[in-house]
Every structure is written in C-alpha cells, then in structure tokens.
Design a protein around this ligand. Structure first.
Ligand SMILES: [Zn+2]
Length: 345
C-alpha cells in the first residue's frame, strides 16, 4: 500500500462500488468481483457499530452484493441471519438495479463479554442459527428462499453451501473486510472497505457438471467438506486453487482493484471482464410505506405507539425518522372500534 490515494477508477477501471462480471472461458468459469469503498463506509459509519459488528455486517454486505447482482429480473435479494450469539440479527438487502441497505442487531452485554475474551470471529459473534437467502423477483416469479445452517461456519462457507444446496453449482467465494487510513485534510481518516469474489463452474456440457448421487435424499447437514459432493473436474479444481490463493489484504486493496486482481489470478488462461454494475447505499423506506404498516396496527397498538402526542418511527436501515399524528390513524377506522383486528380484508 504505497500510495493509498491511487484510485483505479481514474484509469478506466471500474473502481470502488461496482461489481465486475468476468469469465475464464478456458476453465468454464464465470463470476463477479467487487471492491466496496464509499458505499460501505457510508452504511457502517451511519450506524456507528462497534468494530467487530461492523466487520461482520460488511462481510454480509459484500456477499449480498455479489449474489444480488446476479438477479436476471427486477427484484430483491435479501440475506438475513438469525442466531443465538452476541450479534443475533443481520439483514442486508439488495434491490435492483443498485440499492443496498443493511443493519445489525446485537446484545451489548454479550458483545462486550465476547470482545473481552477475544472471541470476535464471525463464527463466535453469530453463534448457532440460520441464514436465510431470499430471492423475490416480483409478481412474475416465484419467491425463492434458501435456508443455510450457521453453526461455526464462516459467511464464505455458508454462501458456498447455499449454492450447493439450492443450485448445485460448484461455487467458490472469497470475502475480505478492511479498515484503512487515508491522509485527509485533517490528518488520517479511517474508512471501511471490503472486497469479494465469486467464481462458478458452468461448463456447456452438462455431463461435466454431473453430480454423484447425494446420500439419502437432501443435502447433508452442514455439508462438511462440500467439494466431495461434486465430481471433481480438472478445470474446476484449477479455478478453486487459484481463488484460494487470494489473500484477504489484496482482495480489499484499493491499489490492486478488481481488474488487476482478476488478471493476477487468471491471466495464464485468459480472463475477460464485462460492463461493471454499480451499487449504491440507498434505502427503500418512505413515509407512505411506513404509514401503510401503521395502518394495519390495531387501535390499541396505535395508542401504545404514541409518545408525547405523536408517533415516531425510525427506519432501522437508514436511520431516517418519520413522524405521524395519531389522528391520521384514528380516522377511517369506522366508528373507533378499539378491538379492531389489524389487516382485515
Ligand atoms: Zn430507510
């Protein structure tokens, strides 16, 4: 990291916050790679999460960006964990074409204890539970949800497990999060960045992707050394080995950038990159949407939400606060039936 001011975007590269699709035809591999900079830093700084929580959420954000930008139609890709560790809930959603939002929920006492005992790996912070990955492509497509168990696996492993279970495509994923100091006008300024790469084996001839029979029906729990599930193919073994050489620091290094990293990895086989897909920090909340939610509250719930004569709702993703006059919900209830059922009709 000799010159942290170097921005590859200035030289015609995708730069930060743009997903670069790539293909290595000779190895029948395709994938996407990204480095997140200002977008990630905005999300994490806004929430001001303790460092280990921010790191964990950043990993989920990179993963969601890599997976969400593969949607073929308009829609949403949502990644959500629910676990019993200090960080019990992480939600990241990607809405086409480019919007990302995220938040984390954690138990302060449990987190402090984990930090004190040095147990701040992703696995330790999450604990045991599940990650749900949901693809919602609107009215024309069926909503799809894959559930992957989280029990001591890293987010990379969980994401790979998702592809084994749901799509049965050999997949390699690398994620890295870094906090770097740049020289600013008033000394050094720290900012968050992250890098991620997904590579998949997609040969034209389906027999090369054929799978040995899975033991007894469903995918094995935890899918231990997952590679065993696939007929090993030399091309895929090579891709996997190359992806495994990526170091965490180079994956997020702004001086290397996505294109240079891809070249380093695959130049012997020939790698092509395609039009980058920009992503941005953008929340889909609005006054109208929150009003819709409140409109489904019962009269009792509305009464319980009133503080100082008004109802204030803060968006957990972006922190935007919306204020409502309780009168807005008292009307149209048809005679003020206090027992009114929410969501009738
Ligand atoms: Zn919002």
């Amino acid at each position: 990291m000799a010159d942290p001011d170097l921005s590859l975007g200035e030289f015609g590269y995708a730069g930060d916050d743009a997903v670069v699709p790539f293909g290595v035809e000779a190895l029948d591999a395709r994938g996407r790679a990204v480095q997140l900079g200002p977008m990630l830093d905005k999300i994490l700084s806004r929430h001001d999460y303790p460092e280990p929580v921010a790191r964990l959420l950043a990993e989920m954000i990179v993963m969601t960006v890599l997976l969400g930008t593969s949607l073929k139609f308009d829609g949403k890709f949502i990644a959500q964990t629910q676990t019993d560790g200090p960080v019990d809930l992480l939600v990241v959603d990607f809405t086409t074409p480019s919007s990302v939002r995220a938040y984390a929920r954690f138990d302060e006492a449990k987190l402090a204890a984990a930090i004190e005992s040095g147990e701040t790996s992703s696995e330790a912070l999450l604990g045991v539970g599940v990650m749900a990955l949901t693809v919602d492509q609107g009215a024309y497509m069926q909503r799809y949800q894959g559930i992957v168990e989280l029990n001591g696996a890293s987010i990379e492993e969980v994401a790979e497990g998702y592809f084994r279970q749901s799509e049965q495509i050999p997949t390699a994923i690398k994620l890295a999060v870094a906090r770097i100091a740049r020289r600013g006008e008033r000394g050094f300024v720290e900012s968050w960045r992250a890098g991620g790469l997904i590579a998949q084996f997609l040969p034209d001839s389906p027999e090369r992707m054929r799978m040995p029979d899975l033991p007894g029906g469903d995918a094995p729990e935890g899918a231990d050394e997952g590679e065993g599930m696939f007929e090993p193919d030399d091309a895929w073994i090579e891709v996997r080995a190359l992806v495994d050489t990526i170091g965490a620091s180079e994956l997020a290094d702004p001086e290397i950038g996505v294109e240079r990293l891809l070249f380093r990895l695959f130049h012997e086989r020939g790698v092509r990159v395609f039009t980058p897909h920009p992503v941005d920090d953008e929340c889909s909340c609005s006054r109208d949407r929150i009003k819709d939610v409140l409109s489904n509250f019962s009269a009792t719930e509305i009464t319980e939400s009133i503080e100082d004569g008004r109802i204030e709702v803060t968006c957990e993703f972006c922190g935007e606060a919306y204020e409502f006059d309780p009168e807005e919900f008292a009307k149209g209830a048809g005679g003020g039936d206090a027992e009114g059922e929410p969501g009738e009709g």
